[in-house]
Design a protein around this ligand. Structure first.
Ligand SMILES: C[S@@+](CC[C@H](N)C(=O)[O-])C[C@H]1O[C@@H](n2cnc3c(N)ncnc32)[C@H](O)[C@@H]1O
Length: 220
């Protein structure tokens, strides 16, 4: 099953997708292959972002004129494909993930889309990969979709590496609604982070009810 916005009924989810720009053939095939792997139990079924979120992120990347982007949590590569599609020809995307197996799927689709030269993948713990990054060059867009308890560290580490006015997107900030009744350490970590970010002077913050909750931070 393709991921969808949890606040929408199946019918409304279909309506939203039918009235947004559809995924092209490469993105559609990647969505289908990941859904098939998930149906077989070979990959988690909740990992990939919803197609309407991918379309939004591609449009946002292009609208902001992003030239350098970073993604933390790549999996089979769909969100990266969307961001990379929104970049200009000389733009670049750095992807951080621990899984060689899942990102091997990603690499196949980036190749097919002609984006392999614009996307660099670094395998390893993203906290360490980020720490090892030089202060320059900075990024215009970041997408964070990895270990939820690590988001606060990612936000802190990203801040000095983002250009003024840059945007950081944090995924799953509604935790399928569990932010109202946290059940796990990951839920509690995001409840604390959501509250802290709402008044954090470093960022303009909005929590969008898109898909599983997408927090958008703009560096002041
Ligand atoms: C929710 S999935 C990302 C989904 C992806 N953005 C997409 O839309 O298809 C989370 C990914 O984060 C990676 N991950 C989890 N903890 C990590 C860490 N500490 N460092 C790097 N990657 C990590 C996992 O290997 C997994 O691929």
């Amino acid at each position: 099953m393709t991921p969808r916005s949890f606040l929408l009924t199946a019918e409304l989810g279909d309506y939203v997708r039918a009235n947004s720009e559809p995924p092209d053939d490469v993105a559609a095939d990647l969505l289908a292959e990941t859904a098939e792997l998930a149906d077989r139990g070979d990959v988690p079924s909740t990992f990939q972002i919803a197609p309407e979120q991918g379309t939004f992120m591609q449009l946002l990347t292009r609208a902001l004129g992003v030239r350098r982007a970073i993604e933390i949590g790549t999996f089979t590569g769909y969100s990266a494909l969307c961001v990379a599609r929104g970049l200009p020809d000389d733009g670049s995307l750095l992807c951080l993930d621990t899984s060689e197996e899942w990102t091997a799927v990603a690499r196949r689709y980036w190749d097919r889309a002609g984006l392999a030269d614009q996307i660099e993948l670094r395998l390893g713990d993203a906290h360490e990969s980020l720490r090892a990054l030089p202060a320059e060059p900075t990024f215009d867009l970041a997408f964070v979709d990895a270990d939820k308890a690590g988001y606060a560290d990612y936000v802190d580490q990203l801040h000095p590496r983002m250009t003024d006015g840059a945007v950081v997107l944090l995924d799953n900030t509604l935790r399928s609604g569990r932010v109202l009744d946290p059940q796990s350490d990951d839920d509690r970590a995001l409840v604390e982070l959501n509250a802290a970010l709402a008044t954090d002077p470093r960022w303009e913050t909005v929590l969008l009810p898109l898909a599983d909750g997408l927090t958008m931070l703009r560096r002041r």
